[in-house]
Design a protein around this ligand. Structure first.
Ligand SMILES: Cc1ncc(COP(=O)(O)O)c(C=O)c1O
Length: 425
């Protein structure tokens, strides 16, 4: 029978957070703020990582299934990637007024792997890539509206909080619902002849809600609708790129967009991303559309990306993760069903998730109490997962790691349903 685990010792994390709040507004930014986890129960500062684990500044060791919000596809501190990067530092250097040869090699690799990639532009962050793709779509079509579906980053055109962004900018982007073709069509018709681009995450991952694997024919229909309205179709593959398959979700689901954006898993944690797409569209960046940044040509991240892609291909990483993730999802479904907890298991094998549901017999807010208590019990058992963001399976998660994760989930659910049985609140 499961018993409550005691609260973790987090003194050093908390002291560092105090200090951080003096140094920086809010201490830490955005999704890393403590209220995005369970406040007071989760660490705030990490000391180091190894394999599929992280260790916080108080010495607590966790199986990390958030994977730095996605970049860690292999594991932390990968020796082969570290060695390649160190060699570049020692033998060549990485920041110059001009570009290094490795840029061509990486672009060629991406062109070889990704179905939509006829040309590539390397940038640094996911937001760089999605913002560039949107600018390319506008430059190519000479139109202004963007229809978007999913999280695409923090830049003005798509940021979810509107503070500091002019209304006029916000009015140029409209969201549509994943899986709802009528909604997309209505929004395309709403701006007849004025939609430059449709940007969508090929797997639906709305924040804090169940993930949605593309229903049969859906991505094809999105493509056809975008093209009917002469809009550029962009797949935002920042999460699914080099993860759903080596060539991304577009390869796994067999639908090729005009442009794709990639980041996160491309270099196992190094800051690099890209826009890849059809030559005819990309070529607006020859003259008409400007893109440049001091750090875009820095080569350390390119070296890391090339090495990461080499390992991904050599060890058939995506398929190994897919197999393990398929078994994990299956077990997760059984465990959640057996617990009787009103919750939904969703995701694709590399990106599993559990969300807590409102049950008709319950009070309105009880699902939140269950969620908080569940995540309290999983973190106390050394499983680092996020209440509002799906989880990831990394290559270095061992069978033992995944078993332990399932054990923690099973016990946490058992305790949750004991504390908050259906209809009792
Ligand atoms: C689908 C998607 N697009 C874009 C971004 C933005 O990437 P970044 O945070 O690297 O700017 C993210 C980040 O989580 C993302 O998940």
């Amino acid at each position: 029978m499961a018993v409550e685990f005691p609260k973790l010792k987090l003194d050093r994390s908390m002291a560092l957070f105090e200090e951080a709040q003096r140094l920086s507004p809010g201490g830490v930014m955005g999704i890393r703020r403590p209220y995005n986890f369970v406040q007071g129960e989760y660490p705030i500062f990490i000391d180091h990582g190894y394999g599929g684990h992280i260790v916080d500044v108080d010495g607590n060791d966790y199986i990390d299934m958030l994977c730095a919000y996605g970049p860690i596809i292999l594991g932390y501190n990968e020796p082969e990637i570290n060695a390649a990067v160190k060699e570049q530092i020692d033998q060549k250097g990485f920041c110059f007024s001009l570009v290094q040869e490795v840029q061509n090699r990486l672009e060629q690799r991406i062109i070889d792997l990704v179905p939509c990639a006829e040309q590539v532009i390397l940038v640094k962050t996911g937001s760089d890539a999605t913002s560039l793709a949107v600018r390319i779509a506008r430059g190519y079509t000479d139109k202004k509206y963007i229809l978007r579906c999913g999280y695409h980053g923090w830049h003005d055109w798509c940021v979810e909080g509107h503070g500091g962004v002019p209304e006029e900018t916000i009015a140029l982007t409209e969201g549509f619902e994943y899986g709802n073709l009528a909604d997309l069509e209505e929004k395309l018709n709403h701006h007849p002849g004025e939609v430059a681009g449709v940007i969508i995450t090929p797997v639906g991952h709305p924040g804090a809600k169940p993930l949605i694997e593309p229903p049969k024919g859906y991505l094809e229909a999105v493509r056809d609708l975008a093209h009917k309205h002469s809009a550029v179709l962009i797949f935002d593959e920042i999460r699914t790129g080099f993860r759903a398959a080596l060539g991304g979700a577009q390869q796994r689901y067999g639908v090729t967009p005009d442009l794709g954006t990639f980041g996160k898993a491309l270099a196992n944690g190094y800051a690099i991303s890209c826009v890849a797409g059809k030559r005819e569209i990309m070529s607006v960046c020859e003259k008409k559309v400007f893109v440049s940044s001091t750090f875009f040509p820095n080569s350390l991240e390119m070296v890391a990306a090339l090495k990461c892609l080499e390992i991904l291909e050599r060890e058939d990483v995506q398929n190994r993760i897919w197999e393990r993730g398929t078994r994990f999802l299956q077990r997760l479904r059984e465990i959640v069903a057996q617990s009787g907890c009103p919750a939904t298991v969703s995701g694709i094998p590399p990106m599993p998730f559990v969300t807590f549901d409102k049950a008709p017999e319950d009070g309105d807010k009880i699902y939140r109490a269950r969620r908080e208590y569940f995540y309290t019990q999983t973190i106390r058992r050394g499983l680092f997962i996020q209440p509002y963001h799906h989880w990831y399976i990394a290559y270095r998660h061992t069978e033992a790691d995944l078993e332990k994760a399932l054990w923690a989930i099973q016990e946490a659910l058992e305790l949750t349903m004991k504390k908050y049985p259906i209809g009792a609140h």
